[in-house]
Design a protein. Structure first.
Length: 255
């Protein structure tokens, strides 16, 4: 049973309204620019709208079948079977998400430029321990923008373990992306139940923008993974133990 329940008050509906308004605004802006550089700009817009309609119809049909065959009651009667089935689905989706991302890395090669090249070279210098001697320009850059050092430092550890190459950094991004997909699944599972978790898992696993940018040696994947990890720890902490005071929970929440 889910012990963490959101209180449905005015603030709850206000936050939901803001969220849906932001999502609609993002979709509207994206749809307005979709296909501008193509010969038939309205074709991609039509395909996108049909895809959204198809997804909505599919989810409604799935919900109708779910209610018609009383699957929630059957699931409650066989919790171990449903848990095993859910684990199989989750493992399959995670494996498929990793395969898709690896395919993009292997078939869409990219050499780092601009900030991505900076991250790569700073990570290599950190790995060799020569940042102060061989990278004076980078030292000044890090001094002005200290946040730049975080991702290259993590990348330098990966380079020490698996060797220095662009492909190593890209595979590191793949691992972080799959980890972010898993954390999204666990957060949704905690907050909304089994169905919400599986849907969030599938959406985050195959969302295009979360796949095609794995080739970039960028810090966003690491930061996204750490952000989701913090959210997951927060959700687990406040939903575990009920109202009983616990010093360990207080320390985790403060962190």
């Amino acid at each position: 049973m889910n012990r963490f329940q959101l209180k449905q008050n005015a603030f709850y509906y206000f936050v939901l309204s803001i969220y849906f308004a932001a999502v609609l605004y993002i979709l509207a802006c994206g749809l307005n620019r979709l296909g501008d550089a193509q010969e038939y700009p309205y074709l991609p817009k039509g395909i996108f709208l049909l895809a959204v309609l198809g997804g909505w119809l599919f989810l409604n049909a799935l919900g109708g079948l779910w209610a018609r065959f009383r699957l929630p009651e059957k699931a409650a009667a066989h919790p171990r079977v449903m848990l095993t089935f859910e684990c199989i689905i989750a493992c399959g989706v995670l494996a498929a998400s990793a395969v898709v991302r690896i395919w993009c890395v292997r078939n869409l090669p990219m050499q780092p430029e601009s900030d991505y090249k900076t991250y790569y070279e700073i990570a290599n210098l950190l790995k060799e321990g020569t940042l102060l001697t061989d990278g004076p320009g980078y030292c000044d850059y890090v001094a002005m923008f200290p946040h730049v050092l975080g991702y290259p430092y993590a990348l330098s550890i990966v380079f020490r373990l698996f060797g220095t190459s662009v492909l190593t950094a890209q595979y590191f991004n793949v691992a972080l992306a799959v980890g972010a997909v898993f954390l999204t699944y666990r957060i949704a599972r905690r907050l909304g139940g089994r169905i919400s978790g599986v849907l969030a898992l599938c959406v985050s696993a195959f969302w295009p923008s979360q796949i095609i940018y794995n080739n970039f040696i960028a810090s966003e994947y690491l930061f996204t993974f750490l952000l989701l990890l913090c959210i997951y720890v927060f959700v687990v902490t406040i939903s575990f133990g009920g109202d009983t005071p616990n010093p360990g929970r207080c320390v985790l929440l403060l962190m």
